[in-house]
Unconditional design. Structure first.
Length: 147
């Protein structure tokens, strides 16, 4: 099981920064059934926390998976055809998974770019985030902004 103790402790210490809504097991099972290879750390997050809003306008993890057609209608850009979206930053940039390789991605609505989610190390090498690293990064940002 993925260790989300940092998230749990952060929610307890800073309750005004986080709003989570539990998800029914059936809803989570439907996601796993539709996407059997979806990363386990994401599924375990949903089981432990459900959907979550970080601050009032920083980031949200949806209580469902959204397909590009739901968001864009018939005008889905071809580069998004293998993407599913799981959250957004309230400014139009969405986070999701590329279902071809299950890497975490960010879709930048302003430019239409699809980028990997991660960070560059001190040598300039890109490190792809797991979902756990990604959500812990957002929680850390919220706490830093609040302190």
């Amino acid at each position: 099981m993925t260790d989300y103790s940092f998230i749990q402790e952060s929610i307890q210490k800073y309750p005004d920064l986080f709003h989570s809504v539990a998800m029914a097991d059936r809803s989570i099972s439907q996601i796993v059934s539709a996407y059997p290879n979806i990363p386990v750390d994401y599924v375990e997050f949903l089981r432990q926390f459900g959907s979550i809003q970080i601050e009032t306008d920083l980031f949200t993890i949806y209580g469902q998976v959204l397909l590009p057609g739901y968001i864009f209608g018939e005008g889905v850009p071809s580069e998004l055809s293998s993407m599913i979206f799981i959250g957004d930053d309230f400014s139009g940039d969405m986070t999701g998974f590329n279902t071809d390789n299950w890497q975490l991605i960010e879709y930048r609505s302003g430019s239409g770019d699809v980028l990997g989610q991660g960070r560059y190390d001190e040598n300039g090498n890109f490190e792809q985030f797991s979902f756990k690293q990604f959500i812990e990064d957002w929680v850390s940002r919220a706490i830093a902004a609040d302190d």
